[in-house]
Design a protein around this ligand. Structure first.
Ligand SMILES: [Zn+2]
Length: 312
């Protein structure tokens, strides 16, 4: 069976595997995202060598490689720009993998890779246009149009988390003021919790911990509720705005904020019809992400154009 090498390069860990034409994921290797480039590349080499030298019995050697990665990918798709959590800023990763492993390598943004995977195999597979919104540490987005991710004029489309929710408001991790991500991104929620409620005992705040505190009584509970009220307003407004702008056939919602706070999914689903015209919401379907990072691996595999038949 035909295969490609696929990767999910994340801010805390990376996952590499062989993906076959039946969407099966084989020989998964995890690599911690260490900050030192030399050590990271040594671990990457080791993982890719393991995968390519130990093929499953019914799998052919990989035809190409595709990596979904955090950060912005320049138009030529050869390197990673502005990836604050990866030791690869400006590094020619595609050429590096090609030279070491002889595999033509494609890089794409991880939000787009996830969306492509969701379009191919997720709960709203085949719905086009498909809008995917991931409320994680930051806010990831992927829009599938005519069966492939919409990239924009300079490969930078979709940064809706960095549009303005409250003019002059809270500082966003990107440096801007009042952006949606500064209110409903996971990092913003937990940083706000630490600001208002102090450190938790021995562990960092999580979105789930803020939700748990908000169910109680007292000052801490009120502070937690105020964070969540604002986060909910931001998330609901963001999704309604995106739906009005893009008129998707379906919306996939996912990310760590929703895992820690499942009620937010239902609130978004309830809000959108109230905040959009009937033409936008009458046939709109909301689904949850497939979860895990297999969707990113499928999307990264699809980006090689060597494995799956064109969706259209
Ligand atoms: Zn921002």
């Amino acid at each position: 069976m035909r295969t490609v090498l696929a990767g999910d390069l994340g801010g805390t860990k990376c996952r590499f595997a062989l993906v076959s034409a039946d969407f099966a994921v084989h020989r998964v290797q995890h690599v911690p995202t260490v900050r030192e480039r030399g050590a990271f590349l040594a671990a990457l080499d080791q993982a890719l060598t393991k995968i390519t030298s130990d093929l499953p019995p019914d799998c052919e050697p990989p035809l190409a490689a595709g990596f979904g990665t955090a950060g912005v990918i320049p138009l030529d798709g050869r390197s990673i720009d502005r990836a604050p959590n990866l030791p690869l800023d400006g590094f020619p990763l595609a050429k590096y993998v090609e030279d070491k492993f002889g595999l033509t390598t494609t890089l794409l943004n991880d939000g787009r890779a996830s969306a492509w995977g969701e379009f191919l195999r997720g709960h709203a597979a085949g719905r086009d246009p498909l809008l995917c919104l991931f409320f994680g540490t930051g806010i990831g987005i992927g829009l599938i149009v005519d069966g492939k991710p919409f990239a924009g004029g300079s490969n930078a489309a979709g940064e809706i988390g960095h549009t303005t929710f409250r003019p002059g408001g809270r500082r966003c991790p990107c440096g801007g003021l009042g952006h949606f991500e500064a209110y409903c991104g996971g990092r913003a929620i937990t940083e706000r919790a630490a600001e208002l409620m102090g450190p938790t005992t021995g562990v960092s705040w999580t979105v789930g911990a803020v939700v748990a505190v908000a169910t109680g009584i007292g000052e801490q509970a009120e502070a937690a509720r105020s964070i969540l009220v604002e986060a909910e307003q931001a998330a609901c407004t963001l999704v309604a705005n995106a739906c009005t702008l893009l008129n998707p056939g379906a919306v996939v919602l996912g990310g760590g904020v929703l895992s820690g706070w499942p009620a937010l999914h239902e609130r978004i689903v309830a809000h959108v019809p109230a905040a959009t015209s009937s033409a936008i919401h009458q046939n709109l379907k909301f689904v949850s992400t497939m979860g895990g990072s297999d969707a990113i691996l499928w999307g990264a595999a699809a980006a090689t154009r060597r494995l799956f038949a064109p969706a259209r």
